[in-house]
Design a protein around this ligand. Structure first.
Ligand SMILES: O=c1ccn([C@@H]2O[C@H](COP(=O)(O)O)[C@@H](O)[C@H]2O)c(=O)[nH]1
Length: 228
């Protein structure tokens, strides 16, 4: 069970200040597109030097060969987890996994983003079935293609564990302490519910990074996540 703090900051200077000013040095962190596209691989080196576990959330989505070659480069960074989308299909996921084979990095495939709801799935994208059915289907594809786990919302975890096996990892963003301030997220849940349904990892961003008291909020979320 690990809780990652999403370091969604524009650059290293602001990231470092946030970690140092709030006594969060060494906590598990998620690096996403915003920070990585600005700072590149050196941001990973810096965080590793400060003993952070790292989830690199770049959500690769391209043809299988391109994803394979990109994952070979990511493997050399020594991060703990990395993401690809599932919507590139089985071959893309399998090639992503092969690209990581010389490393300890686990491959996590994004099913449906937590910012997506039934309106997007059914009215905009016109996918057959509802959100839970699509998430289950994509999780099964990811597992069969060799991924170590999936990103979903907390609400789909129990069903994924049933369909894919309890050892198949689930990583759940969209964590909120209450129903206010959901921002652009649609499928949100509390840390307690994430624990109850058996989520293996949670990701918490703005609830902590935009808090008036980030350290206290971090400790509160962690307590609620671990002690339920
Ligand atoms: O389906 C997904 C996949 C990734 N994310 C990422 O998690 C964090 C969540 O941030 P909050 O501020 O806690 O909403 C963010 O970095 C996303 O890129 C996700 O939310 N949903």
């Amino acid at each position: 069970m690990t809780m990652f703090v999403a370091l969604d900051f524009p650059n290293w200077k602001q990231t470092e200040a946030f970690l140092n000013n709030n006594a969060l040095q060494g906590v598990p962190v998620k690096v996403g597109m915003e920070l990585f596209y600005k700072e590149g691989p050196k941001v990973i080196e810096k965080l590793k030097k400060n003993n952070h576990s790292i989830f690199l959330d770049l959500k690769l989505h391209d043809i299988p060969n391109t994803v394979h070659q990109a994952m070979k480069n990511i493997a050399s960074l020594g991060v703990d987890l990395v993401t690809t989308h599932t919507l590139g299909g089985s071959e893309m996921i399998a090639q992503a996994k092969l690209g990581l084979e010389q490393s300890h990095t686990k491959l996590i495939a994004v099913t449906l983003l937590t910012s997506v709801d039934e309106e997007v799935v059914q009215q905009q994208l016109r996918l057959p079935g509802n959100v839970p059915a699509n998430v289950n289907h994509l999780a099964r594809i990811a597992k069969d293609a060799g991924a170590d786990g999936v990103v979903s919302s907390v609400h789909e975890v129990a069903s994924i564990k049933k369909v894919c096996d309890t050892s198949f990892l689930t990583l759940t963003p969209g964590i909120r302490l209450d129903s206010s301030h959901v921002h652009d997220q649609k499928r949100v849940a509390t840390p307690e519910l994430a624990n109850q349904v058996g989520s293996d990892f949670i990701v918490v961003g703005r609830a902590i990074t935009q808090s008036d008291h980030p350290y206290e909020t971090y400790m509160e979320v962690k307590k609620r996540w671990e002690e339920e």
